[in-house]
Design a protein around this ligand. Structure first.
Ligand code: ADP
Ligand code: MG
Length: 288
């Protein structure tokens, strides 16, 4: 990682001044008391894939709300339909049944209101860092000058200004994921969708990026839906953790995380944190 968490704080703060990613911040307790309106609403979501000799039921009757400015994480074992669900919310795949809406509007395809970060190594390898970040802005038809200003501000936010002209192959895994997050955030999406964004990284890099993501989330006021199989990561980052069953994915449990938003890394050693981790592990592995 290039910058420390402190320097990222400063850079995120600085970027607010130029309006790169700033947005009216959601109230600090949105999503924890159920009173905030759902930004993202999923009802009766079902997904069936045609497969040889029949159909595969990947998701079954998913109901899920993410309040405006909230951070909800889905956990589930491999193959339970997490990516399927995220891709449907991203508009990259269509549901077989059910409704997915953002601000009451049904999702019919990808849109600039939703930014998506995949698992590692999703950057365009032939594009520089700046060109990768500029991608979504090109799709929106912004002029070169407008793009340059937005990309420069965003690279400041993720602490990669000096790497603007580098190619992904010359960056560490953690830096690549910061570029991926910058590429998703530069279009100023209301909703940020993250599919196991830190899965391929070592523990230290992952924990640095957790701090980074928390800062970016709080500064931008984005609504976040993340998918992971890492229970500790889910608890540490989220307002609410939603547990999916093995395939077909169904919601087994929704757990409100009992910690406020200004968390320090050592909350991971709190007895309540450890107990929650234990409970979630049991739920995930069908021991409860
Ligand atoms: P996860 O992200 O939780 O690991 P996925 O959403 O990728 O799970 O997949 C859920 C299930 O759906 C898996 O059994 C997978 O093999 C199946 N699946 C995913 N995409 C397709 C597809 N395009 N065609 C057929 N089956 C698919
Ligand atoms: Mg997946």
């Amino acid at each position: 990682m290039g910058g420390t968490v402190e320097s990222v704080t400063l850079m995120v703060g600085a970027a607010r001044g130029v309006g790169a990613v700033a947005r009216a911040s959601a109230s600090s307790d949105a999503g924890t008391d159920g009173s905030a309106p759902a930004k993202l609403r999923i009802r009766g979501l079902e997904k069936r894939y045609p497969v040889k000799g029949g159909e595969l039921l990947a998701l079954d009757g998913i109901d899920l709300d993410v309040p405006a400015g909230g951070f909800v994480t889905l956990v589930g074992t491999s193959g339970c339909g997490k990516s399927t669900l995220l891709n449907i919310v991203a508009g990259l795949d269509a549901p077989s049944a059910g409704d997915v809406t953002v601000d009451g509007d049904r999702i019919v395809g990808p849109g600039p209101d939703r930014g998506l970060v995949f698992q590692a190594y999703s950057l365009f390898p032939w594009r520089t860092v700046a060109e990768n970040v500029a991608f979504g802005l090109e799709c929106q038809g912004l002029s070169r000058t407008q793009r340059r200003a937005r990309v420069e501000a965003m690279l400041g936010v993720v602490g990669l200004t000096e790497f603007a002209e580098w190619l992904p192959r010359d960056l560490s895994g953690g830096m690549c994921q910061r570029v991926a997050i910058a590429r998703a955030l530069v279009i100023e999406p209301d909703v940020l969708l993250l599919d196991e964004p830190f899965g391929a990284l070592d523990l230290q890099t992952r924990q640095n990026l957790h701090e980074f993501l928390r800062l970016v989330w709080q500064r931008t006021g984005a609504t976040v839906l993340m998918v992971t199989h890492d229970i500790g990561e889910a608890i540490y980052l989220s307002d609410q953790v939603v547990v999916l069953s093995d395939r077909p994915g169904r919601v087994v449990e929704r757990i409100d995380v009992p910690f406020g938003r200004s968390r320090e890394p050592d909350v991971r050693r709190d007895a309540r944190f450890l107990a929650l981790e234990h409970d979630l592990d049991d739920l995930l592995h069908g021991r409860r």
